[in-house]
Design a protein around this ligand. Structure first.
Ligand code: ZN
Ligand code: ZN
Length: 355
């Protein structure tokens, strides 16, 4: 059984439990996860078959990537094909992804597929995707190696006068040179006071001696993402920087020590937050501690104050505390981890500078 067939089999168990005849997959990463197909389309997964509806633009990919799916090339839109498939079944109950199928498409499908019951679902395949299999972990590990190498390289090449944008471009190049397929998101490169913006957009600001340099970036390998952040000083760090850096590092290590299957995601976030909130920088960690990473750079589970998730073995998570002081700058350190029965295993192999 291919890993795709295995995943569909898992989904079909859920369908049976929920008395659904089939599942309409319209999210692109979910489509890829369940069929291997990387193009645009819709998949219909039932207990006995997997249908891939796409169009002639993807004729080659459909045959190569989804050999165990029945492929239909739509002539008049995907939804018409979905409807005519549903019309062949007797009053089918079909689950659809309410977070991905647009309202307009839902209405259109409801109109076309008279007699079918369309049942909204949320996060079903996403929950499945949160636990990675060995092939997925191997791909994420490659993506993590690529970004580790690329970030280490651009940090070593920092020179006075380089702009955030130039460094961001150089980082993209280093990712491709290191064997990555692409970036997993627009890299964040922030100098000096700009590093106080957790999600900074690269600007024409030039690097000067003594500046903080925050780089948050990721690579893609075989469709899977990585995500890491390093913060360094170009030149000599101030005592304040060292104190903040060490606090963030302690927060990260405290969180890491709690990661084991069965721990509440909110508790991991709380451990990191406790370290920062008992320092002179209380209240300066303004985002969640982390998130799952896989086919998408942000996926389940979320590691935040309000997360209701419980950690499970096979999840890949980021651990990224930060301290941000507007006008001064920020420090964020981000690690990619695999949750195992023995605790968190780092997937990112890039050195931390010893401040
Ligand atoms: Zn990141
Ligand atoms: Zn992240």
């Amino acid at each position: 059984m291919s890993s795709y067939a295995r995943r569909r089999h898992e989904l079909s168990k859920w369908l049976a439990q929920n008395e659904l005849d089939l599942f309409i997959v319209s999210s692109r990463p979910n489509l890829r996860y369940l069929t291997g197909f990387t193009g645009e389309g819709i998949s219909l997964v039932s207990h006995s078959e997997a249908v891939l509806i796409t169009d002639r633009r993807y004729e080659v990919e459909a045959g190569e990537e989804a050999p165990d799916c029945q492929v239909i090339f739509a002539e008049q839109g995907y939804l018409r094909e979905v409807a005519s498939y549903l019309a062949r079944l007797e009053q089918p109950r079909a689950g659809f992804e309410s977070q991905h199928l647009t309202y307009a498409n839902y209405r259109k499908l409801a109109e076309l597929a008279e007699g079918a019951e369309l049942v909204p679902t949320e996060g079903i395949v996403e929950e499945q995707r949160a636990i990675k299999d060995d092939t997925e972990i191997a791909a994420i590990r490659r993506a993590a190696q690529v970004i580790g190498k690329a970030v280490t390289q651009v940090v070593a090449e920092l020179v006075v006068g380089v702009t955030e944008r130039e460094l961001s471009l150089r980082l993209r190049e280093a990712i491709l040179q290191a064997g990555g397929d692409d970036v997993s998101f627009e890299p964040i490169v922030a100098f000096g006071e700009n590093s106080a913006r957790a999600h900074a957009v690269s600007t024409a600001r030039q690097l000067s001696q003594g500046d903080i340099v925050l780089i948050d970036a990721g690579a893609k390998a075989d469709g899977y993402c990585s995500d890491m952040t390093r913060t360094v000083v170009f030149g000599d760090p101030t005592d304040k920087f060292i104190e903040i850096y060490q606090t963030v590092r302690q927060a990260q290590q405290a969180a890491m020590a709690t990661i084991v299957p069965g721990t509440a995601a909110a508790e991991v976030d709380a451990e990191a937050r406790k370290v920062i909130d008992s320092s002179p920088y209380a209240g300066s960690f303004g985002h969640s501690l982390g998130h799952g990473v896989g086919l998408e750079v942000h996926e389940e589970p979320k590691l935040g104050k309000n997360s209701e998730s419980v950690l499970k073995a096979g999840q890949v998570l980021t651990n990224e505390p930060g301290i941000y002081l507007p006008g001064w700058g920020g420090v964020r350190l981000e690690e990619l981890l695999l949750v195992t029965e023995q605790g968190a295993k780092p997937l990112t192999h890039a050195p931390y500078l010893d401040y």
